[in-house]
Design a protein around this ligand. Structure first.
Ligand code: TMP
Length: 207
């Protein structure tokens, strides 16, 4: 049994969740807590290599099934090498995206593959976060922000506004289905205000 706290941030591209994950990590560290801030896909050397494979290049580079396998492989490595050891050491793990992203992006965006995503998750991951912060954001605003970044990791942003809208709706549906695990926070306000709302939601779960 682990003793740490496993927190994840989810949201559409450009929702500000990475900023919020970082601000939360800084606040908790300033309180003297041991925090591991990590991300998916990635978060371990092997999973970061898989990140490049899945986020760069042509949107049709992988079949939907291969893509699910790659994200799950990255997550398995990240769990083994980063997340579980930190939780066992009693740390707070803050992860920027996790399995809910696979449920949405791979499970719903190119046809309904949710059953496959869930089966692989049960087989290979088998663990949910203690708390998931969903940063909810207007899809057009989120996409404009994400596009403004000009990186090479554009495969999913390249799918455009209709996909972002579907992803937002999907995340909100998941949050409604598991209200005890999710905290939904509006991402439109100033980052400091959003950060305070995040902290208020996380505080009761802290060890
Ligand atoms: P990021 O922009 O939050 O770093 O996420 C990178 C992209 O990866 C984002 O467009 C969503 C996508 N993604 C998936 O499609 N499935 C997943 O399981 C994860 C973790 C991310």
């Amino acid at each position: 049994m682990s003793t740490g706290l496993f927190l994840t941030f989810e949201g559409i591209d450009g929702s500000g969740k990475s900023t919020q994950a970082r601000l939360l990590a800084e606040t908790l560290r300033a309180e003297g807590r041991e925090v591991v801030l990590t991300r998916e896909p990635g978060g371990s050397p092997g999973a970061e290599e898989i990140r490049k494979l899945v986020l760069e290049g042509d949107p049709d580079r992988w079949s939907p099934e291969t893509e699910i396998l790659l994200f799950t492989a990255a997550r398995r490595d990240h769990m083994e090498r980063t997340i579980l050891p930190a939780l066992e050491a009693g740390k707070v793990v803050i992860c920027d995206r996790f399995a809910d992203s696979t449920r949405q992006y791979q499970g719903a965006s190119r046809g309904d593959r949710r059953a496959l995503v869930d089966a692989l998750h049960d087989l290979m991951i088998g663990r949910e976060p203690d708390l998931t912060v969903l940063i909810d954001m207007d899809p057009a605003k989120g996409l404009a922000r994400a596009k403004g970044r000009q990186g090479t990791e554009e495969r999913f942003e390249d799918f455009g506004l209709p996909m972002q809208e579907a992803m937002r709706a999907g995340f909100l549906t998941m949050a409604r289905a598991e209200p005890q695990r999710f905290a939904v926070i509006g991402g439109d306000a100033e980052p400091a205000q959003v950060a305070q709302a995040v902290l208020d939601a996380v505080r009761p779960a802290l060890p």
